[in-house]
Ligand binder design. Structure first.
Ligand SMILES: Cc1cc2nc3c(=O)[nH]c(=O)nc-3n(C[C@H](O)[C@H](O)[C@H](O)COP(=O)(O)OP(=O)(O)OC[C@H]3O[C@@H](n4cnc5c(N)ncnc54)[C@H](O)[C@@H]3O)c2cc1C
Length: 408
């Protein structure tokens, strides 16, 4: 998607920085509220570069109806413990998530905003912005030329290193993981089933993945920087590919692409300020359990846009009003804290030996049945709670998780 209509206006109701999936969805939602919307994108095309394993959960897919971007429907997983105990979950009867072409997905979402009437400027980024009593004044670099713009509300959907968040000092992301991924041909996976690998050597505290994506497979790993111990994520992936248990699977792989990027999964305290709002990665909204950020970014848009639209109509985007609206994100903040507590208890704070013990339990047919019934990529909390409650061997984890589960 390279073309853009000629933008002559300088005043908009809403200006959105960033034409990623969240910026595109946000623009469409504000257009549905009948506001004039401009999107600024610093690259000269949509969806490049991207850092993503390309998984879009069913609820998010319903929101944008972008099924034509699907490469492989994912219905199950093969999870591997550090010493090689495998657990198979899922059944082809139920699609759990969609593996998409991420460039096409971003293009589709942004196109929906443009078709709804939003304007876009490619090769454009804000240089400065100042909040005045009646609006925000911006200087925007458009293909190298600096032009003045103004809006009532300025939104940042500009990713993990958000310019809007930093410029308006909206706070720090509480947990920032790092992910590294290669795309390969020749991986002998199972159609519709992703592989997950655990263990200190390949993904300390987290997991590595192999995700079917049409003709290719996306193989990646993620962790916290302070768990790397002098290694890089690329080192971890090389270890996975040479691991005595798994190296045969990687023997015929040929790399066709590589991606590396941050995964911000700790919501900032102040995503809203006077005439300013940030969404998606810019606000630290990724899921601590999977690293998925598209679904949570969409959810934040759905939670905030109706109230922000009312505020624009009432011409009240004051600091007080925006502080008040921040409460609409409280359920997301709590869910993020609870998911993190469960992840820490079951995965991040477990040694390889403890993980092996857990996999032995997960491999039991009664527990696999529980995972199949309650497992939900979008919301792992019910399954986590059920395991803590129903499986005696997991009760010792309850104390670890309890505080954040109750108060998070
Ligand atoms: C290895 C890896 C794998 C991942 N896998 C998944 C997955 O499978 N599923 C999932 O849901 N999430 C995944 N994520 C996370 C996901 O990629 C992000 O959460 C998602 O892209 C966030 O969307 P966004 O629109 O908020 O930000 P982005 O996708 O980062 O989009 C931001 C946009 O803003 C533009 N921009 C930035 N700064 C400026 C500026 N100053 N001016 C103008 N434009 C600007 C950028 O060019 C970009 O187009 C993964 C992340 C990594 C690193």
């Amino acid at each position: 998607m390279r073309s853009q209509r000629i933008v002559k206006r300088r005043h908009y109701d809403v200006i959105i920085v960033g034409a990623g999936p969240v910026g595109g969805y946000l623009a469409r939602k504000f257009r549905e509220e009948k506001f004039d919307v401009l999107i600024l994108e610093e690259h000269n095309q949509i969806g490049r570069p991207f850092q993503c394993a390309g998984l879009v959960n069913p609820k998010s897919m319903e929101r944008v109806d972008a099924y034509e971007t699907v490469l492989t429907p994912i219905w199950g997983a093969r999870m591997h413990s550090p010493s090689g105990i495998s657990v198979l979950i899922g059944s082809p009867d139920e699609i759990r998530t969609w593996s998409v072409c991420r460039k096409l997905f971003d293009e589709t979402v942004v196109k929906q905003a443009l078709e709804a009437g939003a304007d876009i400027l490619l090769s454009s980024r804000p240089v400065s912005a100042e909040v005045k009593h009646d609006g925000v004044e911006l200087l925007v670099s458009v293909k190298g030329e600096e032009l003045p713009f103004a809006c009532k509300l300025l939104c940042g959907a500009d990713g993990a290193h958000s310019w809007v968040r930093r410029t308006f000092k909206l706070g720090r992301i509480k947990e920032m993981m790092i992910g590294f991924q290669i795309e390969v041909t020749g991986y002998p996976g199972i159609e519709g089933r992703l592989d997950m690998y655990t263990g200190e050597e390949v993904s300390p505290g987290f997991f590595a993945w192999a995700i079917p994506s049409g003709e290719t497979t996306r193989i990646g790993t993620w962790t916290l920087p302070d768990r790397l111990g002098g290694r890089s994520c690329e080192d971890l992936l090389i270890r996975l590919q040479n691991h005595p248990l798994w190296k045969d699977r990687f023997a015929d792989c040929r790399e066709v692409g590589r991606f590396c990027g941050p995964i911000p999964a700790g919501m900032i305290q102040r995503p809203l300020a006077e005439r300013i709002a940030v969404f998606g990665d810019a606000a630290g909204q990724c899921k601590p359990t999977t690293g998925g950020g598209i679904g949570k970014g969409f959810e934040a848009v759905d939670r905030l846009v109706p109230a922000l639209a009312d505020s624009i109509r009432m011409d009240d985007l004051s600091a007080d009003r925006m502080y008040h609206l921040t409460r609409l994100l409280e359920p997301m903040r709590k869910e993020q804290a609870r998911s993190k507590a469960l992840r820490d208890a079951f995965l991040t704070e477990s040694s390889d030996k403890e993980l092996d013990e857990m996999f032995k339990i997960w491999a039991r047919p009664d527990v696999t049945a529980l995972i199949d019934e309650f497992g939900d990529i979008e919301n792992p909390i019910p399954l986590g709670l059920k395991m803590l409650k129903d499986i005696p061997e997991f009760r010792r984890l309850t104390a670890k998780a309890a505080k954040a589960l109750i108060w998070g």
